[in-house]
Design a protein around this ligand. Structure first.
Ligand code: UDX
Length: 451
Protein backbone atom coordinates (compact mmCIF):
# COMPACT_ATOMS: atom_id res chain seq x y z
CA UNK A 1 0.00 0.00 0.00
CA UNK A 2 1.34 3.38 -0.97
CA UNK A 3 2.29 5.70 1.90
CA UNK A 4 -0.06 8.57 2.58
CA UNK A 5 1.61 11.56 0.86
CA UNK A 6 2.06 15.22 1.77
CA UNK A 7 -0.95 15.70 4.09
CA UNK A 8 -2.84 13.11 2.02
CA UNK A 9 -2.39 15.16 -1.16
CA UNK A 10 -2.60 13.18 -4.36
CA UNK A 11 -1.53 14.42 -7.78
CA UNK A 12 -2.90 12.86 -10.95
CA UNK A 13 -0.38 13.12 -13.79
CA UNK A 14 -1.51 12.55 -17.39
CA UNK A 15 1.39 11.94 -19.82
CA UNK A 16 1.25 12.23 -23.61
CA UNK A 17 1.58 8.73 -25.10
CA UNK A 18 4.95 9.06 -26.89
CA UNK A 19 8.46 8.36 -25.60
CA UNK A 20 9.54 12.02 -25.66
CA UNK A 21 6.44 12.92 -23.60
CA UNK A 22 6.16 9.94 -21.21
CA UNK A 23 9.76 10.34 -20.10
CA UNK A 24 9.59 13.92 -18.72
CA UNK A 25 6.16 13.32 -17.10
CA UNK A 26 7.39 10.20 -15.28
CA UNK A 27 10.48 12.14 -14.22
CA UNK A 28 8.28 14.94 -12.90
CA UNK A 29 6.23 12.32 -11.02
CA UNK A 30 9.40 11.00 -9.39
CA UNK A 31 10.45 14.51 -8.34
CA UNK A 32 7.02 15.29 -6.85
CA UNK A 33 6.88 11.91 -5.11
CA UNK A 34 10.20 12.78 -3.44
CA UNK A 35 8.51 15.97 -2.16
CA UNK A 36 5.88 13.86 -0.36
CA UNK A 37 2.92 13.84 -2.77
CA UNK A 38 1.04 10.66 -3.63
CA UNK A 39 1.10 10.04 -7.36
CA UNK A 40 -1.41 8.57 -9.78
CA UNK A 41 -0.33 8.20 -13.42
CA UNK A 42 -3.42 8.26 -15.67
CA UNK A 43 -2.27 7.03 -19.08
CA UNK A 44 -3.86 6.02 -22.36
CA UNK A 45 -3.95 2.36 -23.41
CA UNK A 46 -1.90 3.34 -26.44
CA UNK A 47 1.83 3.29 -25.55
CA UNK A 48 1.11 2.66 -21.89
CA UNK A 49 4.11 2.82 -19.53
CA UNK A 50 5.30 -0.25 -17.61
CA UNK A 51 3.65 0.15 -14.22
CA UNK A 52 5.88 -2.53 -12.62
CA UNK A 53 8.88 -0.21 -13.09
CA UNK A 54 7.24 2.37 -10.79
CA UNK A 55 5.93 0.59 -7.68
CA UNK A 56 5.58 3.92 -5.84
CA UNK A 57 2.87 5.19 -8.18
CA UNK A 58 -0.74 4.17 -8.72
CA UNK A 59 -1.63 3.65 -12.39
CA UNK A 60 -5.00 4.32 -14.02
CA UNK A 61 -5.50 3.21 -17.62
CA UNK A 62 -7.78 5.49 -19.65
CA UNK A 63 -9.66 3.55 -22.36
CA UNK A 64 -8.76 5.48 -25.52
CA UNK A 65 -10.95 3.77 -28.12
CA UNK A 66 -8.14 3.68 -30.72
CA UNK A 67 -8.34 0.80 -33.18
CA UNK A 68 -5.31 -1.32 -34.19
CA UNK A 69 -5.39 0.41 -37.53
CA UNK A 70 -5.40 3.91 -36.00
CA UNK A 71 -2.45 3.05 -33.75
CA UNK A 72 -0.41 1.90 -36.75
CA UNK A 73 -1.20 5.09 -38.67
CA UNK A 74 1.87 7.34 -38.96
CA UNK A 75 -0.38 10.44 -38.75
CA UNK A 76 0.52 11.33 -35.16
CA UNK A 77 -1.48 14.56 -35.18
CA UNK A 78 -4.56 12.54 -36.14
CA UNK A 79 -3.88 10.18 -33.21
CA UNK A 80 -3.53 13.10 -30.79
CA UNK A 81 -6.74 14.79 -31.95
CA UNK A 82 -8.67 11.51 -31.75
CA UNK A 83 -7.33 10.67 -28.31
CA UNK A 84 -8.48 14.01 -27.03
CA UNK A 85 -11.98 13.41 -28.34
CA UNK A 86 -12.14 9.78 -27.18
CA UNK A 87 -10.63 10.15 -23.73
CA UNK A 88 -12.58 12.98 -22.15
CA UNK A 89 -15.51 10.95 -20.84
CA UNK A 90 -13.47 7.81 -20.16
CA UNK A 91 -10.97 9.83 -18.11
CA UNK A 92 -13.77 11.36 -16.05
CA UNK A 93 -15.19 7.90 -15.38
CA UNK A 94 -11.76 6.49 -14.66
CA UNK A 95 -11.05 9.24 -12.19
CA UNK A 96 -14.33 8.61 -10.38
CA UNK A 97 -13.57 4.90 -10.13
CA UNK A 98 -10.00 5.63 -9.09
CA UNK A 99 -11.22 8.05 -6.44
CA UNK A 100 -13.44 5.33 -5.00
CA UNK A 101 -10.39 3.12 -4.61
CA UNK A 102 -8.29 5.77 -2.91
CA UNK A 103 -7.57 5.73 0.78
CA UNK A 104 -9.88 7.85 2.87
CA UNK A 105 -8.36 11.24 3.55
CA UNK A 106 -6.55 11.15 0.20
CA UNK A 107 -7.59 14.10 -1.96
CA UNK A 108 -6.74 14.83 -5.59
CA UNK A 109 -5.32 18.30 -5.25
CA UNK A 110 -4.24 18.78 -8.85
CA UNK A 111 -4.22 17.21 -12.32
CA UNK A 112 -0.91 17.82 -14.08
CA UNK A 113 -1.27 17.06 -17.79
CA UNK A 114 0.91 17.11 -20.88
CA UNK A 115 -0.32 19.97 -23.08
CA UNK A 116 -0.97 17.49 -25.93
CA UNK A 117 -3.59 15.64 -23.83
CA UNK A 118 -5.67 18.75 -23.22
CA UNK A 119 -8.83 16.68 -22.61
CA UNK A 120 -7.47 16.42 -19.05
CA UNK A 121 -7.98 20.13 -18.50
CA UNK A 122 -11.63 19.89 -19.55
CA UNK A 123 -12.18 17.03 -17.08
CA UNK A 124 -10.37 18.88 -14.29
CA UNK A 125 -12.55 21.96 -14.92
CA UNK A 126 -15.75 19.86 -14.84
CA UNK A 127 -14.75 18.14 -11.62
CA UNK A 128 -13.53 21.43 -10.12
CA UNK A 129 -10.03 20.05 -9.60
CA UNK A 130 -7.16 22.52 -10.15
CA UNK A 131 -4.92 21.70 -13.12
CA UNK A 132 -1.42 22.55 -14.35
CA UNK A 133 -0.07 22.03 -17.89
CA UNK A 134 3.35 20.51 -18.60
CA UNK A 135 5.07 21.51 -21.83
CA UNK A 136 7.66 18.91 -22.79
CA UNK A 137 9.18 21.04 -25.54
CA UNK A 138 11.11 24.24 -24.95
CA UNK A 139 9.87 27.77 -24.27
CA UNK A 140 10.95 29.10 -27.69
CA UNK A 141 8.65 26.61 -29.46
CA UNK A 142 5.74 27.57 -27.23
CA UNK A 143 6.29 31.22 -28.05
CA UNK A 144 6.44 30.74 -31.79
CA UNK A 145 3.79 28.02 -32.39
CA UNK A 146 0.72 30.23 -32.03
CA UNK A 147 2.03 32.65 -34.70
CA UNK A 148 1.83 29.83 -37.25
CA UNK A 149 -1.89 30.54 -37.55
CA UNK A 150 -1.21 34.19 -38.31
CA UNK A 151 1.49 33.28 -40.83
CA UNK A 152 -0.89 30.85 -42.53
CA UNK A 153 -3.54 33.57 -42.78
CA UNK A 154 -0.90 35.86 -44.35
CA UNK A 155 -0.06 33.17 -46.95
CA UNK A 156 3.43 32.40 -45.55
CA UNK A 157 2.58 28.78 -44.71
CA UNK A 158 3.36 26.39 -46.33
CA UNK A 159 6.66 28.28 -46.50
CA UNK A 160 7.62 29.07 -50.11
CA UNK A 161 11.24 28.27 -51.08
CA UNK A 162 12.02 31.97 -51.47
CA UNK A 163 11.23 32.56 -47.77
CA UNK A 164 13.13 29.65 -46.22
CA UNK A 165 16.22 31.63 -45.19
CA UNK A 166 14.29 34.79 -44.23
CA UNK A 167 14.35 35.62 -40.48
CA UNK A 168 10.96 35.40 -38.74
CA UNK A 169 10.20 38.97 -37.59
CA UNK A 170 10.48 39.33 -33.78
CA UNK A 171 11.56 35.69 -33.40
CA UNK A 172 15.31 35.70 -33.95
CA UNK A 173 17.29 33.49 -34.35
CA UNK A 174 14.54 31.61 -36.22
CA UNK A 175 14.22 31.64 -40.01
CA UNK A 176 11.05 30.58 -41.77
CA UNK A 177 12.62 27.17 -42.42
CA UNK A 178 12.97 26.68 -38.63
CA UNK A 179 9.27 27.11 -37.89
CA UNK A 180 7.96 24.17 -35.84
CA UNK A 181 5.63 22.70 -38.45
CA UNK A 182 4.71 19.04 -38.45
CA UNK A 183 5.42 16.43 -41.13
CA UNK A 184 2.39 14.40 -40.18
CA UNK A 185 -1.13 14.61 -41.52
CA UNK A 186 -2.86 17.74 -42.76
CA UNK A 187 -1.71 21.28 -41.98
CA UNK A 188 -5.24 22.27 -40.96
CA UNK A 189 -5.43 19.46 -38.39
CA UNK A 190 -2.04 20.46 -37.05
CA UNK A 191 -3.07 24.11 -36.65
CA UNK A 192 -6.33 23.03 -35.02
CA UNK A 193 -4.27 20.96 -32.56
CA UNK A 194 -2.06 23.96 -31.77
CA UNK A 195 -5.01 26.14 -30.84
CA UNK A 196 -6.27 23.48 -28.43
CA UNK A 197 -2.85 22.64 -27.04
CA UNK A 198 -1.82 26.20 -26.26
CA UNK A 199 -5.09 27.19 -24.68
CA UNK A 200 -4.48 26.38 -21.03
CA UNK A 201 -8.11 27.02 -20.11
CA UNK A 202 -8.56 27.20 -16.38
CA UNK A 203 -5.10 25.79 -15.52
CA UNK A 204 -3.32 27.46 -12.64
CA UNK A 205 0.25 27.32 -13.99
CA UNK A 206 2.55 25.91 -16.67
CA UNK A 207 5.59 23.72 -16.03
CA UNK A 208 8.45 23.65 -18.55
CA UNK A 209 11.22 21.11 -18.78
CA UNK A 210 13.67 23.88 -19.56
CA UNK A 211 16.25 25.98 -17.78
CA UNK A 212 16.41 29.70 -17.19
CA UNK A 213 20.03 29.96 -18.38
CA UNK A 214 19.15 28.43 -21.78
CA UNK A 215 15.94 30.31 -22.51
CA UNK A 216 15.79 33.55 -20.60
CA UNK A 217 14.24 35.70 -23.40
CA UNK A 218 11.50 33.24 -24.48
CA UNK A 219 10.67 32.55 -20.84
CA UNK A 220 10.27 36.28 -20.21
CA UNK A 221 7.86 36.43 -23.18
CA UNK A 222 5.90 33.49 -21.78
CA UNK A 223 5.54 35.27 -18.44
CA UNK A 224 3.97 38.14 -20.38
CA UNK A 225 1.70 35.99 -22.52
CA UNK A 226 0.19 33.76 -19.85
CA UNK A 227 -1.33 35.30 -16.76
CA UNK A 228 -0.35 32.33 -14.60
CA UNK A 229 2.93 31.27 -12.96
CA UNK A 230 5.50 29.66 -15.28
CA UNK A 231 7.83 27.08 -13.72
CA UNK A 232 10.98 26.25 -15.73
CA UNK A 233 12.24 23.43 -13.51
CA UNK A 234 14.39 21.40 -15.92
CA UNK A 235 16.32 19.40 -16.70
CA UNK A 236 13.96 16.83 -15.20
CA UNK A 237 16.22 13.88 -16.03
CA UNK A 238 18.86 15.33 -13.72
CA UNK A 239 16.34 15.91 -10.92
CA UNK A 240 15.02 12.35 -11.27
CA UNK A 241 17.97 10.35 -12.60
CA UNK A 242 16.50 6.96 -11.69
CA UNK A 243 13.16 7.38 -13.39
CA UNK A 244 13.46 5.58 -16.72
CA UNK A 245 10.55 4.74 -18.92
CA UNK A 246 11.81 3.17 -22.12
CA UNK A 247 9.08 1.85 -24.39
CA UNK A 248 11.75 -0.21 -26.21
CA UNK A 249 14.27 -2.68 -24.81
CA UNK A 250 17.66 -1.02 -24.26
CA UNK A 251 20.72 -2.80 -25.61
CA UNK A 252 23.30 -2.39 -22.84
CA UNK A 253 25.93 -4.25 -24.90
CA UNK A 254 26.80 -0.92 -26.50
CA UNK A 255 28.18 0.30 -23.16
CA UNK A 256 30.61 -2.65 -23.15
CA UNK A 257 31.57 -1.66 -26.68
CA UNK A 258 32.07 1.99 -25.60
CA UNK A 259 34.28 0.82 -22.70
CA UNK A 260 36.82 -0.33 -25.31
CA UNK A 261 36.96 3.05 -27.11
CA UNK A 262 39.21 5.98 -26.27
CA UNK A 263 38.25 9.32 -24.66
CA UNK A 264 35.89 11.51 -26.76
CA UNK A 265 36.49 9.35 -29.85
CA UNK A 266 32.97 8.09 -30.62
CA UNK A 267 30.16 9.89 -32.41
CA UNK A 268 26.76 8.72 -31.13
CA UNK A 269 23.97 8.78 -33.72
CA UNK A 270 20.25 8.65 -32.92
CA UNK A 271 17.16 10.23 -34.42
CA UNK A 272 14.86 9.58 -31.45
CA UNK A 273 11.65 7.61 -31.18
CA UNK A 274 9.53 8.94 -34.04
CA UNK A 275 11.59 10.03 -37.09
CA UNK A 276 11.90 7.79 -40.15
CA UNK A 277 14.50 7.53 -42.92
CA UNK A 278 14.18 6.32 -46.48
CA UNK A 279 16.69 3.90 -48.03
CA UNK A 280 18.68 6.68 -49.72
CA UNK A 281 19.01 8.68 -46.51
CA UNK A 282 20.12 5.55 -44.65
CA UNK A 283 22.74 4.83 -47.27
CA UNK A 284 24.09 8.43 -47.32
CA UNK A 285 24.30 8.48 -43.51
CA UNK A 286 26.07 5.11 -43.50
CA UNK A 287 28.67 6.01 -46.11
CA UNK A 288 29.25 9.45 -44.60
CA UNK A 289 30.04 7.75 -41.29
CA UNK A 290 32.19 5.11 -42.97
CA UNK A 291 34.19 7.70 -44.94
CA UNK A 292 34.75 9.90 -41.87
CA UNK A 293 36.83 7.03 -40.41
CA UNK A 294 35.61 7.95 -36.91
CA UNK A 295 34.20 5.29 -34.53
CA UNK A 296 30.43 5.48 -34.17
CA UNK A 297 27.54 4.07 -32.13
CA UNK A 298 24.35 4.23 -34.19
CA UNK A 299 20.80 3.62 -32.97
CA UNK A 300 18.55 2.37 -35.75
CA UNK A 301 15.07 1.81 -34.36
CA UNK A 302 13.28 -1.25 -35.80
CA UNK A 303 10.65 0.02 -38.25
CA UNK A 304 12.34 3.41 -38.67
CA UNK A 305 13.70 2.61 -42.14
CA UNK A 306 10.95 2.83 -44.71
CA UNK A 307 10.68 -0.43 -46.63
CA UNK A 308 12.72 -2.64 -44.30
CA UNK A 309 12.40 -4.20 -40.86
CA UNK A 310 15.81 -3.11 -39.61
CA UNK A 311 19.24 -2.97 -41.26
CA UNK A 312 18.57 -5.91 -43.55
CA UNK A 313 18.67 -3.66 -46.62
CA UNK A 314 21.99 -2.07 -45.64
CA UNK A 315 24.90 -2.38 -48.04
CA UNK A 316 27.12 -5.39 -47.12
CA UNK A 317 30.14 -3.37 -48.28
CA UNK A 318 29.36 -0.77 -45.60
CA UNK A 319 28.99 -3.42 -42.89
CA UNK A 320 32.35 -4.94 -43.83
CA UNK A 321 34.03 -1.53 -43.98
CA UNK A 322 32.93 -0.47 -40.48
CA UNK A 323 32.96 -3.79 -38.63
CA UNK A 324 35.92 -2.75 -36.45
CA UNK A 325 34.78 0.73 -35.53
CA UNK A 326 31.00 0.81 -35.72
CA UNK A 327 28.33 -0.48 -33.35
CA UNK A 328 24.68 -0.49 -34.46
CA UNK A 329 21.91 -1.16 -31.94
CA UNK A 330 18.10 -1.04 -31.97
CA UNK A 331 17.77 1.14 -28.86
CA UNK A 332 20.43 2.40 -26.45
CA UNK A 333 20.49 3.53 -22.82
CA UNK A 334 20.96 7.05 -24.21
CA UNK A 335 21.68 8.95 -21.01
CA UNK A 336 24.40 6.45 -20.07
CA UNK A 337 25.80 6.64 -23.58
CA UNK A 338 26.03 10.43 -23.52
CA UNK A 339 27.65 10.33 -20.08
CA UNK A 340 30.27 7.83 -21.26
CA UNK A 341 33.84 9.07 -21.44
CA UNK A 342 34.30 7.67 -24.97
CA UNK A 343 31.45 9.73 -26.50
CA UNK A 344 32.68 12.99 -28.01
CA UNK A 345 29.77 14.01 -30.24
CA UNK A 346 26.05 13.41 -30.83
CA UNK A 347 24.49 13.43 -34.29
CA UNK A 348 20.87 14.01 -33.35
CA UNK A 349 17.42 14.91 -34.63
CA UNK A 350 17.39 17.47 -31.76
CA UNK A 351 14.29 16.29 -29.91
CA UNK A 352 14.08 18.39 -26.76
CA UNK A 353 14.94 15.50 -24.41
CA UNK A 354 17.99 14.56 -26.49
CA UNK A 355 19.04 18.21 -26.64
CA UNK A 356 18.90 18.57 -22.84
CA UNK A 357 20.59 15.22 -22.28
CA UNK A 358 23.46 16.18 -24.58
CA UNK A 359 23.96 19.62 -23.04
CA UNK A 360 23.91 18.12 -19.54
CA UNK A 361 26.77 15.78 -20.44
CA UNK A 362 28.76 18.47 -22.26
CA UNK A 363 28.51 16.70 -25.65
CA UNK A 364 28.50 18.92 -28.79
CA UNK A 365 26.08 17.99 -31.57
CA UNK A 366 25.49 17.59 -35.28
CA UNK A 367 21.95 18.83 -35.78
CA UNK A 368 19.65 17.10 -38.24
CA UNK A 369 16.13 18.17 -37.27
CA UNK A 370 13.28 16.25 -38.88
CA UNK A 371 10.10 18.13 -37.91
CA UNK A 372 8.31 20.27 -35.32
CA UNK A 373 10.15 21.65 -32.31
CA UNK A 374 13.33 19.87 -33.43
CA UNK A 375 13.89 22.64 -35.98
CA UNK A 376 13.65 25.33 -33.30
CA UNK A 377 15.97 23.36 -31.01
CA UNK A 378 18.50 22.87 -33.81
CA UNK A 379 18.53 26.58 -34.59
CA UNK A 380 19.15 27.43 -30.92
CA UNK A 381 21.87 24.79 -30.69
CA UNK A 382 23.70 26.05 -33.76
CA UNK A 383 23.09 29.81 -33.66
CA UNK A 384 22.22 30.79 -30.09
CA UNK A 385 24.23 28.47 -27.86
CA UNK A 386 26.71 27.62 -30.66
CA UNK A 387 27.24 24.06 -29.48
CA UNK A 388 26.08 22.29 -32.65
CA UNK A 389 26.79 22.07 -36.37
CA UNK A 390 23.88 22.40 -38.75
CA UNK A 391 23.42 19.64 -41.33
CA UNK A 392 21.45 21.44 -44.02
CA UNK A 393 19.52 20.14 -46.99
CA UNK A 394 19.28 16.57 -48.23
CA UNK A 395 21.52 14.12 -46.39
CA UNK A 396 24.58 13.56 -48.53
CA UNK A 397 27.64 11.42 -47.68
CA UNK A 398 30.23 14.14 -48.39
CA UNK A 399 28.48 16.64 -46.10
CA UNK A 400 28.10 14.01 -43.40
CA UNK A 401 31.77 13.03 -43.60
CA UNK A 402 32.87 16.69 -43.28
CA UNK A 403 30.48 17.41 -40.40
CA UNK A 404 31.63 14.35 -38.43
CA UNK A 405 35.31 15.23 -38.93
CA UNK A 406 34.73 18.88 -38.03
CA UNK A 407 32.93 17.98 -34.82
CA UNK A 408 35.26 15.21 -33.72
CA UNK A 409 38.66 16.40 -34.93
CA UNK A 410 38.80 20.09 -35.78
CA UNK A 411 39.19 23.32 -33.84
CA UNK A 412 35.59 24.35 -34.58
CA UNK A 413 34.35 21.14 -32.91
CA UNK A 414 36.69 21.65 -29.97
CA UNK A 415 35.35 25.19 -29.47
CA UNK A 416 31.80 23.81 -29.43
CA UNK A 417 32.89 21.22 -26.86
CA UNK A 418 34.22 24.00 -24.63
CA UNK A 419 31.01 26.01 -24.98
CA UNK A 420 28.78 23.05 -24.21
CA UNK A 421 30.90 22.27 -21.14
CA UNK A 422 30.26 25.85 -19.99
CA UNK A 423 26.52 25.35 -20.52
CA UNK A 424 26.67 22.05 -18.63
CA UNK A 425 28.21 23.91 -15.70
CA UNK A 426 25.50 26.60 -15.81
CA UNK A 427 22.82 23.91 -15.77
CA UNK A 428 24.45 22.30 -12.75
CA UNK A 429 24.38 25.64 -10.97
CA UNK A 430 20.72 26.01 -11.86
CA UNK A 431 19.71 22.72 -10.22
CA UNK A 432 21.95 23.28 -7.19
CA UNK A 433 20.91 25.08 -4.00
CA UNK A 434 19.87 28.64 -4.78
CA UNK A 435 19.78 27.98 -8.56
CA UNK A 436 16.86 29.00 -10.78
CA UNK A 437 15.45 25.50 -11.36
CA UNK A 438 15.59 24.71 -7.61
CA UNK A 439 13.90 27.99 -6.86
CA UNK A 440 11.05 27.37 -9.34
CA UNK A 441 10.63 23.79 -8.11
CA UNK A 442 10.21 25.05 -4.53
CA UNK A 443 7.61 27.54 -5.77
CA UNK A 444 5.77 24.79 -7.65
CA UNK A 445 5.72 22.56 -4.55
CA UNK A 446 4.44 25.49 -2.51
CA UNK A 447 1.65 26.10 -5.01
CA UNK A 448 0.68 22.40 -5.08
CA UNK A 449 0.67 22.27 -1.30
CA UNK A 450 -1.65 25.28 -1.16
CA UNK A 451 -4.26 23.74 -3.52
C1 UDX B 1 9.31 13.69 -29.54
C2 UDX B 1 9.57 14.75 -30.57
O1 UDX B 1 10.06 14.17 -31.75
C3 UDX B 1 10.53 15.77 -30.02
O2 UDX B 1 10.82 16.71 -31.03
C4 UDX B 1 9.89 16.43 -28.83
O3 UDX B 1 10.78 17.39 -28.32
C5 UDX B 1 9.55 15.37 -27.80
O4 UDX B 1 8.76 14.35 -28.39
P1 UDX B 1 11.57 12.10 -29.72
O5 UDX B 1 11.62 12.24 -31.17
O6 UDX B 1 11.51 10.76 -29.23
O7 UDX B 1 10.43 13.00 -29.03
O8 UDX B 1 12.93 12.82 -29.19
P2 UDX B 1 13.46 13.22 -27.77
O9 UDX B 1 12.71 14.35 -27.21
O10 UDX B 1 14.90 13.44 -27.96
O11 UDX B 1 13.21 11.97 -26.84
C6 UDX B 1 13.79 10.74 -27.06
C7 UDX B 1 14.04 10.07 -25.73
O12 UDX B 1 14.33 8.70 -25.99
C8 UDX B 1 15.22 10.65 -24.97
O13 UDX B 1 14.92 10.79 -23.62
C9 UDX B 1 16.32 9.62 -25.18
O14 UDX B 1 17.21 9.49 -24.09
C10 UDX B 1 15.53 8.35 -25.36
N1 UDX B 1 16.28 7.39 -26.21
C11 UDX B 1 16.47 7.65 -27.54
C12 UDX B 1 16.77 6.27 -25.62
O15 UDX B 1 16.62 6.07 -24.42
N2 UDX B 1 17.44 5.39 -26.41
C13 UDX B 1 17.66 5.58 -27.72
O16 UDX B 1 18.27 4.71 -28.35
C14 UDX B 1 17.15 6.75 -28.33
Amino acid sequence: MENQGRNGKRLVLVPGPFQGHLTPMLQLATVLKSKGFSITIAHTQFNSPDSSAHPDFTFLCIPDGLSEEEVRNPDLIGIVLRLNVNCESSFRECLNQGTNHMESGDKICCIIYDAIVYFSEAVARDLKIPSIALHTSNAATTIVRPILLQLKAQGHIPVPDSMLQVPVPLHQPLRFKDLPLSNFGSLDYFLEGIVLMYNIGSSSAIIFNTIHCLEEPPLAQLHQRYQVPIFPIGPLHKLAPTSDVSLLQEDTGCITWLDKQTHNSVIYVSLGSIAHLNQDQLSEMAWGLANSKEPFLWVIRPGSILGSEWIDSMDEGFKECVKDRGCIVKWAPQKKVLAHDAVGGFWSHCGWNSTLESICEGVPMICQPCFGDQKVNARYLTHEWKVGLELEGEIERGTVERAVRTLMKEKEGEEMRQRVLDLKHKVEVSIGDGGYSSHYLSELVELLTSL
